[in-house]
Design a protein around this ligand. Structure first.
Ligand SMILES: Nc1nc2c(ncn2[C@@H]2O[C@H](COP(=O)(O)OP(=O)(O)OP(=O)(O)O)[C@@H](O)[C@H]2O)c(=O)[nH]1
Ligand SMILES: [Mg+2]
Length: 197
């Protein structure tokens, strides 16, 4: 068998959930702008530039859909929330776009909520997690940029972040999209979510 998630390809971009047809299974990546959603997605699918990576926060402005294995098994890269720049009306539009997508996809099996492992969860991250719980959606917290946490601080940081979110550290993913730490484990989780019936 080929490596899991090795044949991902771009399927379409949408500005509204209503533009998406049905699919069999999908998982989505959400998180603050610049937290590394696109980078992590590229790392997970073994491609350098499938999802666009940017130094400019707020770059991914559309719902980007990638197919893995079959046409109807999707990984969805969502626009980042909480960037400071841009008109408020535009920011509200993106927030609405994300929430409508999350609320309207019965095939959505898991939402991966990325947080910055160095910064820790922001109020907006906590709000997103509460929103997901209120809407009965399954979510896994993925702490990315773990490479930026000094090795001597990692243990404390893991404990503090998990405590702040009221989650068990083992139930979270601790990864570095840049260095590849934790990526194979997360890849297996994503692959099994998408491949089951
Ligand atoms: N050190 C480090 N940098 C990272 C990591 N992951 C992403 N980055 C960097 O963080 C910046 C933002 O990455 P993106 O993948 O574009 O972030 P995003 O969440 O998709 O951003 P938006 O699309 O704007 O919401 C880029 O400069 C990446 O190179 C990581 O694990 N470690
Ligand atoms: Mg992005």
């Amino acid at each position: 068998m080929a490596h899991p998630l090795s044949n991902a390809r771009f399927l379409l971009s949408a500005s509204d959930v209503r533009q998406l047809g049905p699919c069999h299974a999908e998982v989505a990546f959400v998180g603050r702008s610049n937290v590394g959603k696109s980078s992590l997605l590229n790392a997970l699918v073994h491609q350098k530039a499938l999802a666009r990576v940017s130094r400019t926060p707020g770059r991914t402005r559309l719902i980007n859909v990638f197919a893995v294995e079959d046409e109807d098994r999707w990984i969805v890269d969502l626009p980042g929330y909480g960037h400071a720049s841009g008109p408020k009306r535009e920011r509200d539009e993106w927030q609405g776009m994300i929430e409508r997508y999350l609320a309207k996809r019965p095939s959505l099996r898991m939402v991966f909520v990325l947080i910055d492992a160095e910064v820790g969860p922001t109020p907006l991250d906590a709000q997103m997690l509460e929103w997901l719980v209120a809407h009965r959606l399954s979510a896994v917290v993925v702490a990315n940029k773990f490479d930026k946490v000094k090795p001597s601080r990692r243990e404390t940081q893991v404990r503090d972040i998990a405590a702040a979110l009221g989650r068990r550290p083992e139930a979270m993913a601790w990864v570095s999209a840049a260095k590849g730490t934790g990526v194979p484990e997360l890849r297996s989780v994503v692959a099994s979510l998408l491949s089951s019936d």
